[in-house]
Ligand binder design. Structure first.
Ligand code: C5P
Length: 233
């Protein structure tokens, strides 16, 4: 069954704890990203874990293999459940992340690879020397590369998840942001899908922020999304 992850896009530990307590039982998984982690550090991860929730630490590591290995180990010690790396960090970096995670045995954090940031278009790719491939071709190539070298899964847009889930090995994780229930505000998201569509296309985890956090009734919003996901299986 696909899991619902709420993006804790808030600025302080207090606000994060308040939101997690408010939403309560319908959500068991939270994403902590660069903004909140840079403001509050490991304490906010511990606070969310102490509330009995799983944590997706989305810091998108991209560094030399030794540094990434040690950062993943630090995440494992914090008890995080999912972490992100950039696939362009290369074969040895991806393998180092995988090996550091594996040290935690049954509690190993799963390593997700970012293929191509959705903010980049063909011109941006050419600027950094990627020519001769469309963004979609680059996504497919990096997805294969990352999963063959030790990534457990991928962060992918709702537009990519169908093709990727059909072409990669069973058991690969597909974590999909850009999800909007029918009728909810789109915000700055451009390529969106409903929760049901994302699950039918093979997403294993949906990341949803504002449709829950900014809802008048976040608990009801979370329950509705959960119900839509479950009905789509
Ligand atoms: O509020 P919303 O549902 O748009 O939040 C989506 C979350 O997923 C945010 O934390 C955002 O940074 C993240 N994300 C995204 N699109 C990507 C990668 C990450 O929306 N391509």
């Amino acid at each position: 069954m696909a899991e619902l992850i709420v993006a804790l896009d808030v600025q302080s530990r207090e606000e994060a704890v308040e939101k997690v307590k408010l939403i309560g039982e319908p959500v068991g998984f939270y994403k902590i990203g660069l903004e909140l982690f840079t403001a509050e550090g490991p304490d906010v991860v511990k606070a969310v874990k102490d509330l009995g929730k799983k944590v997706f630490l989305d810091l998108k590591f991209h560094d030399i293999p030794r540094t990434v290995e040690r950062a993943v180990r630090s995440g494992g010690k914090l008890g995080v459940d999912l972490m992100t790396i950039h696939s362009v960090g290369g074969r040895a970096m991806i393998a180092a992340a995988h090996e550091a995670a594996a040290e935690f045995g049954a509690a190993a954090p799963k390593i997700l690879a970012v293929t191509v940031l959705t903010s980049l278009d063909q011109t941006d790719l050419a600027d950094v020397g990627i020519v001769g491939r469309t963004p979609a071709e680059q996504v497919a190539a990096m997805a294969k590369f990352a999963t063959e070298n030790g990534a457990d899964g991928l962060v992918c847009s709702p537009m990519e998840v169908g093709a990727l889930s059909r072409s990669l090995a069973a058991g690969t994780l597909f974590v999909t942001p850009g999800v909007r229930p029918a009728g909810s505000a789109v915000g700055d998201q451009k390529r969106i899908a409903t929760p049901a569509d994302a699950v039918r296309d093979g997403a294993t985890h949906l990341v949803v922020g504002r449709p829950i956090l900014a809802a008048a009734d976040p608990v009801a919003a979370a329950r509705a999304i959960r119900a839509e996901m479950d009905a789509a299986r």
